[in-house]
Design a protein around this ligand. Sequence first.
Ligand SMILES: [Zn+2]
Length: 234
Amino acid sequence: MKLYDAHSHPHAALSHPVVLNGTCPADWPQLLKLAHQEPQIIPAIGLHPWQVNEAPSDWQASFLKHITAARAIGEIGLDQWVDGYDIQRQQYAFIWQLRQAATHNLPVSIHCLKALDPLLGILKAQPCPSRGIHLHAYSGSAEQVAQLAQLGAYFSFHAAQLSNNAKKASAAVRAVPADRLLIETDAPDTLKTSTSPTEFLLNGYQRIAKLREVAVEALAQQVADNFTRYFIDD
Ligand SMILES: [Zn+2]
């Protein structure tokens, strides 16, 4: 059974296809170098909403310098949960990067915490990549899934979101259309010291298969198809 990690960050053990996301300009060259050495890595460059306040003034020039080597844009998005957030600056950075993704029709990995309404407003008003968008560690409601799916959204979840009694996330997992479902680790920050990224990823597959009442092998095939269509195909 081949596993695919739709959202992660640089970490030690990489044994399956994985989208590795940068969060600030300092990350981008190293990430692109890693991907050059390891063909299973899909390198994504992005300015994370947690990083917008500290971003160097020339971050956009750096982004444009690296975009030709990147195969995805991420991690970008909006966050009204984190202390000291500046939604205006986040929106500016997000829209600018989303436009770059649309221009190049690159996959885009979106972080959204407590900001689904402003995100929806932007997705409806701004050009998006024709291949769609990807919401990582989706934390919205099951009801909002259909509206986002209409806008071309893919959704991914990791095992820690689905631990016991996580009702909202479990309902969202069940609501996602089969052809829009992805699975992720968001490693290394999500990992407990005793768990490897591969175990954590497999655990996500098992939990999601159980929630959707499908065999894990059938789920794996569906996720493989979705991952390939969204992140790899031209
Ligand atoms: Zn992440």
